[in-house]
Design a protein around this ligand. Structure first.
Ligand code: CS2
Length: 503
């Protein structure tokens, strides 16, 4: 028996997707399938995996199909969003990525390449010209960085007639459209001579970079899920994607070459994407990081187990209400209390088994999106963001423990490009404050704004010492109590509601 798609499939591709991971397959692909079922159109997707063959090979073996297992606390349902028309590995065929972007049939390029995939230097706040891959892409040859691929693809498209196209980032970055455009333009401006000039003019004329906010918790798949899905499906699926029932996509409606009717899948087209992004990146992702680091340090492997611990739930509610919420403008029509209580339900979905190590991975780039701005805003109001400081202390305790401290197996399972460098700094640090100073002030891991905030750095240092000398429970109690005593609006009822929000 073979896998069968839920609906007829698009015949031709209109979308090139870079980053053929689980998230794309449980998010954009599902919306695109709904759009196709509702109104057709040539909006098939060519999926490009960056390096790994695993998904690409399995998709080809399965007629480009796979299932999405929507996992609610008490039930699992399957769907098969058949929308891919082809799949290949970008690192193996970089010239094909360029040719696909140049192909007039493609009218949108979507991206899920993670916060790490944009070749952005936090130090220069520009395209990372110290990156060897970016430098090689600038000097010619088949491009291997995402920004290089986009710029070279758009260059080829401009020469091939310059049909309109939209580049749509679907990564957890603030202003992800403007961010992507800035980096592509910097690449073109850095090309020798006047080589990028025609493409820059084409960008002005016919290329748009809408921003979008994406949301759906998609844990890594497991052998157990593969077996369960295969049983439910009645045939073997090697690459099912587990996902929570909640899903959201807020998109700026600026598509130079047209777009699918993604609203059929529930996407919201809005001028308020910036507000949606901030709400999501801070309230969901920022708090998620706190839960992951505290959970791992408490020895628990999953987010639902972590949020099930009373003190971590209090810390999560405290950071949400006191430190993230004041930093955002709520999009019109969103009830922030509903949004928050949904967050607690989503984190508490134990059937999903989302790992603390997965959320804790790549903190060096993720936290930079999540914490500096709200922390600086709180400091500007004269308030210490104790729980954001605790998030950083938790992160450093997991990734770069001081000599003699063992953060445990879940912390050890977190991968991070900065791990080695940070661990080197920690190995010779005398105490938490020393480490916090090296990382935040000297290395400027979270940008230059926080680098000069001595009181914040001192607080992070104190909390690192508390975690590593007295235990994470003491650090949570200290930060939550301090936050309560400095807050005018935080009342006992907030704690009651945290408990009520537990599943
Ligand atoms: C998580 C996100 O891993 C992480 O850092 O916070 O992947 C989160 O699950 C998604 O953004 C939800 O949309």
């Amino acid at each position: 028996m073979t896998i069968i798609a839920d609906h007829s499939r698009p015949e031709r591709a209109g979308i090139l997707h870079l980053g053929l991971g689980s998230f794309h397959r449980a998010h954009q692909a599902v919306y695109t399938a709904a759009a196709h079922a509702a109104s057709g159109g040539d909006w098939g997707i060519v999926g490009v995996a960056s390096r790994s063959r695993t998904i690409v090979d399995a998709m080809h073996a399965q007629d480009l199909l796979y299932s999405v297992a929507t996992i609610a606390p008490d039930s699992t349902s399957l769907s098969v969003p058949g929308v891919h028309t082809d799949a290949f590995v970008g690192a193996e065929q970089p010239e094909r990525v360029v040719a696909q972007i140049a192909d007039g049939g493609i009218r949108i390029v979507t991206l899920t390449v993670t916060e790490n995939g944009y070749s952005y230097s936090a130090a220069t706040q520009q395209l990372d010209l110290d990156d060897a891959v970016v430098r090689a892409d600038l000097s010619g040859g088949a491009p291997r960085s995402t920004i290089g691929q986009l710029a070279r693809g758009l260059q080829a498209r401009a020469s091939a007639g310059g049909a309109p196209i939209a580049i749509l980032s679907c990564d957890n970055l603030s202003d992800n459209g403007a961010h992507t455009e800035k980096l592509v333009r910097e690449f073109l401006q850095t090309l020798p001579g006047n080589e990028g000039a025609d493409t820059l003019a084409y960008l002005d004329r016919a290329v748009t970079f809408p921003s979008s906010m994406v949301d759906r918790i998609v844990p890594a798949t497991t052998p157990e899920l593969r077996n369960r899905v295969s049983e439910l499906l009645g045939t073997r699926d090697e690459i099912p994607v587990p996902a929570e029932p909640f899903t959201m996509w807020a998109i700026e409606d600026r598509f130079a070459g047209g777009r699918p009717a993604w609203e059929a899948g529930g996407a919201v087209f809005t001028d308020e994407v910036g507000r949606y992004e901030q709400m999501k990146v801070r309230l969901l992702n920022g708090t998620h990081s706190l839960i992951a680091y505290l959970g791992a340090l408490r020895g628990v492997g999953t987010i639902p187990e972590a949020i099930g611990l009373d003190d971590i739930a209090r810390a999560a509610l405290s950071v949400l209400r006191e430190e993230y919420e004041p930093s955002i403008e709520v999009p019109s029509g969103v009830d922030i209390r509903d949004y928050e209580s949904q967050l607690f339900e989503r984190w508490g979905n134990s059937a999903l088994g989302h790992r603390t190590s997965q959320v804790g991975t790549d903190g060096s780039v993720k936290l930079r999106q999540r914490i500096p701005e709200p922390a600086l805003q709180a400091l500007g109001r004269g308030e210490m963001p104790h729980l954001i400081a605790l998030s950083v202390a938790g992160y450093l305790s997991c990734i770069a423990p001081l000599a003699g401290f063992d953060p445990g197996a879940h912390a050890a399972a977190m991968t991070d490009a900065a791990r080695e460098r940070l661990a080197g700094l920690a190995a010779t640090a005398r105490h938490g404050r020393d480490l916090a100073h090296r990382v935040i002030a000297e290395l400027q891991l979270f940008g230059d704004g926080l680098a000069g905030q001595d009181a914040f750095i001192g607080r992070v240092g104190e909390l690192i010492d508390t975690i590593q000398r007295q235990g994470v429970g003491s650090a949570i109690a200290d930060a939550v109590a301090a936050s309560q005593s400095t807050s005018t609006s935080f009342t006992r009822t907030s704690f009651t509601s945290a408990e009520e929000m537990q599943p």
